[in-house]
Write a protein that binds this ligand. Structure first.
Ligand SMILES: [Zn+2]
Ligand SMILES: [Zn+2]
Length: 371
C-alpha cells in the first residue's frame, strides 16, 4: 500500500471548487470547513422521471435553509417540519424554477452551516428518496434537474446499499465498497455534475443507517481504492458472469476516460461460484435485421434500448431464429467484466477476504489509500 500522489488530490479539490461555483455560492464559502473537507461528489438524481415538479421536505428533525439564486437580499426560506415550514414545491417553467411566488434560475438547499443535511425529494405521485447532501435545482425546457452533492463515503454507502443485499457476506460487501469508491474516485462522467443515478453511472439509494452492515463494510475499507499503474480504476463489475469473466476486448469495449493503451484491460478469470451454480435465462426479441451478437456490449446496449433492459440480461447467449424474431438463451447477467458479484459473495462465503476477492477479479491492480 502507498499514499497516492498529490496531483489526484489537487484534481479533486478542483472538482470540489467547480461544484461550489456551479452551485452559485460565493467563493468566500471556500473558507468554511465544509469546502475543504473530504471530496464531494455531485449526482444528478431522479432524472429518469423527467420531473416537472419536485417536493422538498426535511427528514426527521433536520433544518434546511433554501435559497434562490440572485436572492442575496432576501432571507433564506427555512424548512424545519413545523407548520408552514414542512415542504417546498419546485416547479419548472421553461428554464426557470418557481417555488411559491418566487422564480429563479436555480435554488439551493443545505444545513445552516452550508453542509450536508438529510432531506426527502419527491416526484409527486411516483417516487421519493432520502439524501444526506446539499441540493441544487435548475430547470431546462420545463424539466427540473436536481443535483445532490454529498461526501464520498456517504455516496459509497448509498451505492453499495443499492448494489448488494445487506445480508451478503461481509467480505463481499467490503469488496463492493472498494470497487464503488474506486469508480467514484476515478473521475467524473458528466459535465455539470459527476455521475447520474441510472445504469449509465451508478444506482443510488438512500444512505443506509449507521447500524447497517453496509455502513460497517464502508467504514472498514475507508479510503481504500483499486489502482492500475498508480491511477484510480473506474472499476467495472457485473452481477453474474456465467463462469468466466471477460476482458474489455472480449466485449468490444474500452475503459472510459482513458487513452487507448493506458486503460486497464481487465482479464478473463474463472469464477468457481458461477460454474457450480449455473443459471440460464431465455428471452424472445423481435428482429432488427441482423441476429443479436453475443460478446458485443455496445450492440447489447443498443438492443436493450430498443427492446428493454430485461430483453438481453447478459452478454453471453446463443441466438436462434424464432418466427419473425430471435430466441436468446444465456448464462450471465451483465457485461461480465471485472468483479462478478455472485462470485464475490461465493468466495466470501467460502472464507476469502475482500483483498483476495479483488485480486482475483482485478489481476495486476493494487490497493492504495486515498486521502
Ligand atoms: Zn451517467
Ligand atoms: Zn461469476
Amino acid at each position: 500500500m502507498r499514499i497516492t500522489d498529490s496531483a489526484a488530490t489537487r484534481g479533486k479539490m478542483r472538482r470540489t471548487l467547480r461544484g461550489w461555483l456551479w452551485l452559485g455560492l460565493p467563493l468566500l464559502l471556500l473558507a468554511s470547513p465544509h469546502a475543504t473537507a473530504q471530496q464531494e461528489i455531485r449526482f444528478d438524481v431522479l432524472g429518469l422521471f423527467h420531473p416537472r415538479e419536485l417536493i422538498l421536505q426535511p427528514e426527521g428533525s433536520q433544518v434546511l435553509l433554501v435559497a434562490a439564486q440572485g436572492d442575496a437580499g432576501n432571507p433564506a426560506l427555512v424548512l424545519n417540519g413545523e407548520p408552514g415550514h414542512r415542504q417546498i414545491v419546485f416547479r419548472a417553467e421553461g428554464d426557470r424554477v418557481v417555488a411559491g411566488d418566487r422564480s429563479a434560475s436555480s435554488w439551493t438547499a443545505a444545513a445552516r452551516d452550508n453542509g450536508a443535511v438529510a432531506f426527502r425529494l419527491t416526484v409527486p405521485g411516483k417516487f421519493h428518496r432520502v439524501y444526506c447532501a446539499r441540493l441544487a435545482i435548475q430547470a431546462r425546457k420545463g424539466q427540473l434537474l436536481a443535483v445532490v452533492a454529498m461526501d464520498r463515503e456517504t455516496a459509497v454507502a448509498s451505492i453499495v446499499a443499492a448494489e448488494m443485499a445487506e445480508s451478503s457476506p461481509m467480505e463481499a460487501l467490503k469488496a463492493q465498497a472498494v470497487v464503488t469508491r474506486s469508480f467514484l474516485t476515478a473521475g467524473s462522467r458528466h459535465l455539470n455534475f459527476d455521475f447520474c443515478d441510472t445504469t449509465h453511472c451508478q444506482f443510488l439509494k438512500s444512505p443506509p443507517p449507521l447500524t447497517s452492515r453496509v455502513t460497517s463494510a464502508v467504514q472498514a475499507t475507508q479510503r481504500l481504492i483499486l489502482a492500475y499503474r498508480g491511477k484510480p480504476l473506474a472499476a467495472m463489475y457485473s452481477s453474474r458472469c456465467g463462469g468466466q469473466t471477460h476482458s474489455l476486448r472480449d466485449v468490444g469495449l474500452r475503459e472510459l476516460g482513458n487513452a487507448p493503451g493506458d486503460a486497464y484491460p481487465y482479464y478473463s478469470v474463472r469464477c468457481q461460484w458461477c460454474r457450480r451454480h449455473p443459471a440460464t435465462w431465455q428471452s424472445k426479441i423481435g428482429s432488427s435485421g441482423q441476429p443479436p451478437k453475443p460478446g458485443d456490449e455496445r450492440r447489447r446496449i443498443a438492443e436493450a434500448r430498443q427492446w428493454g433492459w430485461s430483453a438481453i440480461p447478459g452478454s453471453d447467449f446463443t441466438a436462434t431464429a424464432d418466427g419473425a424474431g430471435w430466441l436468446l438463451e444465456g448464462h450471465s447477467a451483465g457485461h461480465g467484466v471485472g468483479m462478478c458479484q455472485m462470485g464475490a459473495a461465493g468466495m466470501a462465503a467460502a472464507g476469502a477476504g475482500f483483498r483476495e476477492i479483488l485480486s482475483h477479479y482485478y489481476p495486476n491492480t493494487e490497493l492504495i489509500t486515498q486521502p
